[in-house]
Design a protein. Structure first.
Length: 555
């Protein structure tokens, strides 16, 4: 049949006239279908009836059979043809590019691809309704139009690019069907699924999600980036994506996430992976993004691009812009605590309430941090220190509203004192210092649950006429002195001395109220003192009635 395309047109017509008589003898259907699993087009034959059993060698198929498929004219070519049944016998006989319409009315702008067996064969045992694959092929170039069709049986003329005419048609002949060899038994196509398919290629798209949790200054959020392959073949080599980082947001200079290795240079975060992304699958990265204080109130906008080798479609490689759903919030988190007044509250004498404000958040507390302390009923304010560590207090009745003139950095703290004087009539009575409160602008509502301190209970205000005891003692544990005649301060150096007296928790009941129950700033520096002033341990000193030593007068 190869000679069919090289002879004069009138010779072609004579040879193929034998194919024209098809009525009533069409016992074979053909189907061309694309399979994504191997990116190939597969040709199948399906008999409609069984060959006549009495015919000798009824399965013999004419080696002059010809199957012609068509597509809109273009640059598409047939690639590798794999003969399945019989193996190694089907081949591409001819490719014709139709330049126009011949007098016979062949379809215009149509390319013809004709396949034929190189010899007669009888290896296919035709059975009605049983499909058998003849051959398959892949294509090179871009498929134009809607795809392939199988040319109907019979013959027609077409016109090549040089104006010459040639014969095209589809012909399939089996000895066991009516008319035998030389009769065209091809009836019509069935179950066609040969639409144009894109050449095998990965096609990547990238999407940027919303940060989780919402962006807060000083705290890390995870920005999800998803790279998906919507193409028809897996990626090969290194896949990369780049995220543009908005101003005042930071990411580590080097980090890994999922299968991606990432680095940050300036405002560009670049991530790469050698992992294969199969068609229809995706890989996800989570970028740890931390806003700075300067980002508070802004609404960052993100964008990303992706790339991989061998990608034929790149117009969809950008995510476009993605705007954060909520503005960047402040993460300042201030809390307040009070210590036991020192010196011990004494009627008519000034005693200082130590106050400590700490910022446990990730953003600095602004210079407008306000702490409110209320002294007990019946007491009055004493004289405030001139500096008071930068705090300025406005007094109203029993309320002191104290404002800090400097910011408190994340993890930092600031201490000050509020002096108060118990009345002489309050000697021997108990007093309660109400919980103090603190506030600062920009603090999220979720961070305000710890903005109050505990109350301080003064068991008994001392009388101003009480005696002063100056005691000196060596503790039995640390009393093994060193060369300097000092007690050992091993508990202090080991960091196990508590800041709150431990005896109440052990069940001890003070008489007259303890002198001090805790060590808070600014007095907590004693934990770092060395030498002769090093603290050794907590002790209880009891004064007992000399007439009745079992009676404790004060402790």
């Amino acid at each position: 049949m190869k000679e069919l395309f090289t002879q004069k047109v009138w010779v072609r017509i004579v040879v193929l006239c034998l194919l024209c008589c098809t009525s009533g003898w069409a016992q074979v259907e053909l189907s061309l279908r694309y399979q994504a699993s191997d990116s190939k087009y597969h040709m199948y034959a399906r008999p409609t009836v069984d060959p006549t059993p009495s015919v000798t060698n009824r399965y013999l198929t004419d080696g002059s059979s010809l199957i012609t498929i068509t597509t809109i004219a273009g640059s598409l070519s047939i690639g590798t043809v794999t003969s399945v049944n019989p193996a190694g016998i089907w081949d591409l006989a001819q490719t014709q590019r139709n330049n126009g319409v011949a007098a016979s009315g062949a379809p215009a702008n149509t390319d013809f691809f004709s396949f034929y067996p190189t010899a007669n064969f009888s290896s296919i045992l035709y059975s009605a309704g049983t499909e058998v694959e003849l051959f398959n092929f892949d294509v090179v170039g871009t498929c134009p139009g809607s795809g392939f069709s199988i040319l109907p049986s019979g013959t027609q003329l077409a016109e090549d690019e040089n104006g010459g005419q040639y014969v095209v048609g589809s012909y399939y002949s089996v000895r066991g069907y009516a008319g035998g060899l030389g009769t065209n038994h091809f009836s019509a196509p069935y179950s066609m699924s040969a639409a144009c398919q894109a050449p095998p290629s990965p096609d990547l798209v990238v999407s940027v999600g919303q940060p989780s949790p919402a962006l807060v200054a000083g705290l890390s959020s995870t920005m999800p980036v998803v790279v998906s392959n919507i193409g028809n073949s897996p990626t090969t080599g290194v896949t990369s994506f780049t995220l543009s980082l908005p101003a005042n947001l930071t990411v580590a200079s080097q980090f890994t996430t999922g299968s991606f290795s990432c680095s940050t240079v300036g405002s560009q975060v670049s991530c790469t992976t050698s992992s294969t992304i199969t068609a229809g699958s995706s890989l996800t990265a989570g970028l740890p993004i931390t806003p700075t204080v300067a980002a508070i109130g802004s609404t960052p906008v993100f964008s990303a691009t992706v790339a991989t080798p061998g990608e034929s479609i790149t117009a969809n490689n950008s995510s476009g812009t993605v705007t954060a759903a909520t503005p960047v919030q402040s993460s300042v988190d201030v809390l307040i605590s009070m210590g036991y007044p020192a010196p011990a509250p004494t009627a008519g004498q000034s005693s200082n309430i130590p106050v400590l404000v700490t910022n446990s958040g990730g953003s600095p507390a602004s210079p407008t941090v306000v702490a409110v302390i209320t002294i007990p009923v019946g007491t009055s304010f004493g004289t405030f220190p001139v500096n008071n560590n930068g705090w300025t207090c406005a007094l109203s009745g029993r309320v002191a509203s104290c404002t800090l003139a400097a910011s408190i950095s994340p993890g930092g703290s600031s201490a000050f004192v509020v002096p108060f004087i118990p009345a002489t009539s309050q000697a021997g009575t108990s007093l309660t210092i109400s919980p103090a409160t603190v506030s600062t602008p920009g603090e999220m509502a979720s961070n305000t649950t710890n903005n109050s301190s505990s109350a301080i209970v003064i068991n008994s205000v001392q009388a101003s006429s009480g005696m002063v005891v100056q005691a000196r003692a060596l503790l039995s544990g640390p009393a093994i002195v060193d060369n300097n005649g000092l007690m050992r301060d091993n508990l202090r150096t080991a960091g196990v001395l508590p800041a709150v007296e431990p005896y109440t928790a052990m069940g001890y009941t003070y008489v007259g109220g303890p002198v001090a129950t805790s060590i808070a700033a600014p007095y907590s520096t004693v934990f770092g003192d060395r030498g002769v002033n090093s603290i050794v341990d907590w002790v209880i000193l009891e004064l007992r009635n000399p007439a009745n030593p079992t009676a404790v007068v004060a402790s």
